[in-house]
Write a protein of this length. Structure first.
Length: 115
């Protein structure tokens, strides 16, 4: 019974997340494409793709880090509850997973620096 409720809530959360992302895409994307019509230079179309690439680099880095931290963090907290002396080692693994966000952010900045 608990598992079915959990699965239902996860599906509802994912559906809500996708809905919010689509809503934000429909709200903010038209202004980005409207700027293309008024641009004088021909390279303005490339700016749209650069922005999308930077967003995907940072977004997927953040999603990957969230998944990694959820798995590593829960395992680390379970291990710490059994053996408190390994807390420092466990937190190092959590910090390594957090590094994925930093790599995604740096990649996004490098992509945006090309414009």
């Amino acid at each position: 019974m608990f598992v079915e409720e959990f699965v239902r809530r996860v599906k509802l959360s994912l559906l809500l997340l996708v809905g919010i992302l689509l809503l934000l895409a429909f709200v903010f994307t038209p202004s980005l494409y409207a700027a293309e019509e008024n641009a004088v230079e021909a390279g303005s179309n490339m700016a749209i793709w650069v922005c999308w690439a930077a967003a995907f680099a940072f977004g997927f880095g953040a999603i990957g880090a969230a998944i990694a931290i959820s798995k590593v963090g829960s395992a680390a907290m379970g291990a710490i509850s059994e053996r408190p002396e390994i807390a420092t080692n466990a937190l190092i693994f959590i910090a390594l997973a957090e590094g994925l966000v930093v790599f995604g952010f740096i990649t996004a900045l490098m992509i945006l620096g090309k414009v």
